[in-house]
Design a protein around this ligand. Structure first.
Ligand code: UD1
Length: 418
């Protein structure tokens, strides 16, 4: 199994190229199920989750043609298998995103239930509730969810909680439904807006994406589109946090800084200097940062996907901080690993109390989920001596060439396979 070996304690300086957003790419790829026409999707990140989604779409019958420049041509003209099997769904929960478009266009879909997940239960009841409100029949048998509807009918759906893929799944479904669908308490994440923009390019009638209420007027058919995926705000945030934690300097280009404002304001209150001009962002950090309190929340709140990285930064901040996780119930698995590096953290329910220490010391640690792994890499970059991060297949799901990108910033980091 591969691992990352890091010689920490080096200040990071330079520029990183931010990839396309994984969490926007996954639902956008599923839009190919809505039309027999061709979709050209550009700025795809080169990641395991994207490969898994393309494999799943290929299994369903989408013709997938990769081009050399992070682009893909998709044709849903020959879709012939309306099913997402367990082997694929268990490695990537976002596979459930094929459900809405398949039912909308073909009247039926079967998707394996995602099952438990390292960061909590993560049920799909809201996806099911929405499809039922649109007239679908849902059966659960032998671990599979079978959804059928002659034609989905527009409905008013109020989510009980904010769900990102739930909002996306129902938005995809509603584009081809009969009549108007209104999604209330919808997720406002920028990736939901990116999907809506792509769907509008295909001829969908959607308004309100990015607000709590999204209105979708169903159309009888959608057409192809050429669309570039937005930048990955979590990847950008991970590099910003790593550079801030080492007291270095970072230039990022091609971002919409408004989208990462919750992180920018946290890093600024930690003592970092952030300057932005147009789509460029420059971050400069002092040697030691102030501690920052964080409470995760749906967008525009502080993203749960940045929680582990900020916790790593807080471990060596000048004082005590708290990190509260309100989205997922089991997302502190990195805490035990951070403690192996000398961090002082105590968990109190859904809150971690972190007492900053002056230094972390390298050790062997193990990645447990995607973003927790990113937190461990940052801790390894801060720590003196050598840190090895095991089970990095988690990292490869969401970070493109992470050792290469950190290497360009001056980090001593390499991948070992054993
Ligand atoms: C998406 C992101 C993930 C991010 C998360 C929260 C993708 C591919 N993944 O995951 O990186 O961490 O948003 O920002 O975009 N829930 C239910 N019932 C449901 C659906 C969700 O109870 O039917 C709960 C979940 O258990 C969780 C909360 O709602 O506690 C938020 O989950 P959700 O927004 O759905 O996360 P994902 O869309 O899976």
């Amino acid at each position: 199994m591969e691992k990352l070996l890091i010689q920490g304690g080096v200040k990071l300086f330079g520029e990183v190229e931010v990839s396309g957003a994984k969490n926007a790419a996954l639902p956008i790829l599923c839009a190919s199920l809505l039309t027999p026409d061709k979709l050209r999707i550009r700025n795809l990140p080169h990641l395991q989750d994207v490969t898994t989604m393309l494999t799943l779409l290929g299994h369903i019958g989408v013709d997938v043609e990769l081009d050399e420049k992070m682009g893909v041509m998709l044709s849903g003209a020959n879709v012939n298998r309306l099913q997402a099997p367990y082997e694929l769904v268990r490695t990537m929960r976002a596979s459930v995103l094929v459900l809405g478009p398949l039912v909308a266009r073909f009247g039926r879909a079967q998707v394996s239930l995602p099952g438990g997940c390292a960061i909590g239960q993560r049920p799909v009841d809201q996806h099911i509730k929405g499809l039922e409100a649109m007239g679908a029949e849902v059966e659960i048998d032998q671990g599979y969810l079978t959804v059928s509807a002659h034609r989905l009918i527009g409905a008013e759906i109020v989510f009980d909680l904010v769900t990102v893929t739930g909002t996306e799944n129902l938005m995809l479904a509603a584009t081809l439904a009969d009549g108007v669908t209104v999604l209330r308490n919808a997720a406002m994440e920028p990736e939901v807006v990116d999907l809506a923009n792509c769907l509008v390019g295909m001829g969908a009638k959607i308004s309100g994406a990015g607000s709590e209420t999204i209105k979708i007027e169903g159309v009888s058919a959608l057409k192809g589109v050429d669309y570039a995926v937005m930048f990955d705000r979590i990847e950008a945030g991970t590099y910003m946090t790593a550079v801030a934690a080492t007291g270095g300097e970072l230039l990022l280009r091609g971002l919409d800084v408004n989208i990462i404002s919750s992180l920018v304001s946290k890093l600024s209150s930690a003592g970092g200097e952030v300057h932005s001009e147009g789509e460029d962002l420059l971050l400069r950090a002092p040697c030691r940062l102030n501690p920052i309190d964080i409470k995760t929340a749906p967008y525009p709140g502080f993203p749960t996907d940045m929680q582990a990285q900020l916790m790593a930064l807080n471990t060596i901040a000048d004082g005590t901080s708290t990190v509260s996780e309100t989205i997922f119930e089991n997302r502190f698995m990195h805490v035990q690993e951070l403690k192996r590096l000398g961090a002082k953290i105590e968990i109190q329910g859904n809150m971690a109390v972190i007492q900053g220490v002056s230094e972390l010391a390298g050790a062997e640690v193990m990645a447990t989920d995607l973003r927790a792994s990113a937190g461990l890499v940052i801790a390894g970059l801060i720590a003196s001596g050598e840190t090895s991060v095991g089970r990095i297949y988690h990292l490869d799901r969401g970070y493109e060439r992470i050792e290469e990108k950190f290497g360009r910033l001056g980090a001593k980091i390499r991948r070992l396979s054993n």
